[in-house]
Design a protein around this ligand. Sequence first.
Ligand code: NAD
Length: 482
Amino acid sequence: MEFIQNYINGELVPPTGGCYIDNYEPATGKVYSQIPDSDEEDVNQAVDAANKAYEGWKNLTIEQRHDYLIRISELISQRSDEFALAESKDNGKPYKLAQRVDIPRAVSNFKFYATAIMNWSSEANHIAEKAINYTLRQPLGAVGCISPWNLPLYLFSWKIAPALATGNTVVAKPSEITPYTAFLLSKICIEAGLPPGVLNIVHGLGTKAGEAIIQHKGIKAISFTGGTKTGAHIASVVAPKFKKMSLELGGKNPNIIFADCNYELMLKTTVNSSFSNQGQICLCGSRIFVEASIYQKFKKDFVEAVEKLKLGDPNDSDSKIGAVVSKPHMEKILSYIELAKQEGGVILTGGGQVSLPGRCAEGYFISPTVIEGLDYQCRTNQEEIFGPVVTITPFYTEEEALTMANSTEYGLASSIWTENITRATRMAEKIEAGIVWINCWLLRDLRTPFGGVKNSGLGREGGTEALEFFTEPKNVCIQYGH
Ligand code: NAD
């Protein structure tokens, strides 16, 4: 049985309290490693190390910081198969998906921010014949980065890379449900020669290790991705301390399909946007609104396409649907399917747990589920399920589609399918979401602002937004000599 270690002050160390938590492989339901059950003492050590390392790290040239980040990205890239296998085992996602999406994206995150910092400059404003103002963009100090389980290394590195690039040191906590690739990352950092204390990774429970990070006086900002309820708690702790925080939270994203769309492209993409990563991507479109004139055709074709998705062992190269992340999460998803039935929903396909033969017999598999016949205001259509469950609902007018799309407390992402660009841009303006995809889904450009409105979060990640978040602007005004 492997024991995952914390990474503090440049070394792999056991939790000071000596306690561990079981780490399950979702595809088999079996414990395969042990996660440090870190507490306040471990976090104190990590924060001390980060604060000691800060002066040295922030005073490196940006080229030196660039070189470290590039080295980390290269080392992950060289071991991408090992990382992809580990991510798949820890999370339940198909190995092929981790190999195609998660790990390349973690590589890109380090590469992107290594080069972004080399090209970033701050403002200068000249007041004619009087003075010049220039803005210093200074790092914050030791910052906390906390991430969820659905895209483990992908989202972990999305925070760590800009924090380090801008000269901060980091205390980071991956989800206790998927810690393994963060552990591999700590080994890579040691190999890359990252100075001790620059990045510290503390494993453990949110309510214990995570809570100690958000409460710590030595932490200057919190970058968090996870559930809305956790985000609200973090805000209540961090806001009164007047620390910067970035919150990327839950979603219940609408996918609006008009009759004049490119039907084939829409159908193929909608299968993906509904069930990729077992529907456990915060950007998945879980509420599908279809113009009434093509509703019946869409229903038939969509269900047919969904039924062709191969659900199986994440290790099999042809598996498109793997296991959901944990037993409690599987039970939560199944309870929502039951709720949908009680609310009058009709299950068109899927609807339950699937038992696979062989090594996956005890795994957490749910067949991709499509439900129709629900009111847009019912709980199934309002609450985040975060699993392979979507609802389909017809609409007659643009206004009706917008009303339904905007009816939830969330506002993360949305998709609009139409060949009418005037309508698409009109809808894009009115839709309450931080991201609008027109005739596509998850087409990501790392330079763009990423984040949500309403209960989907506060602040933006990506591009210069993250560089700005992890720095404090200071204006310096110089009067010209006379
Ligand atoms: P979660 O909120 O339960 O946990 C997220 C992280 O926060 C974990 O590392 C957890 O240990 C930690 N945590 C929990 N309680 C804490 C506390 N009191 N103090 C500090 N840290 C604490 O979320 P999850 O179940 O891991 O992830 C799923 C959620 O994440 C979904 O709601 C999904 O929509 C959301 N998500 C959002 C985005 C986005 O970019 N908006 C991306 C991915 C996932």
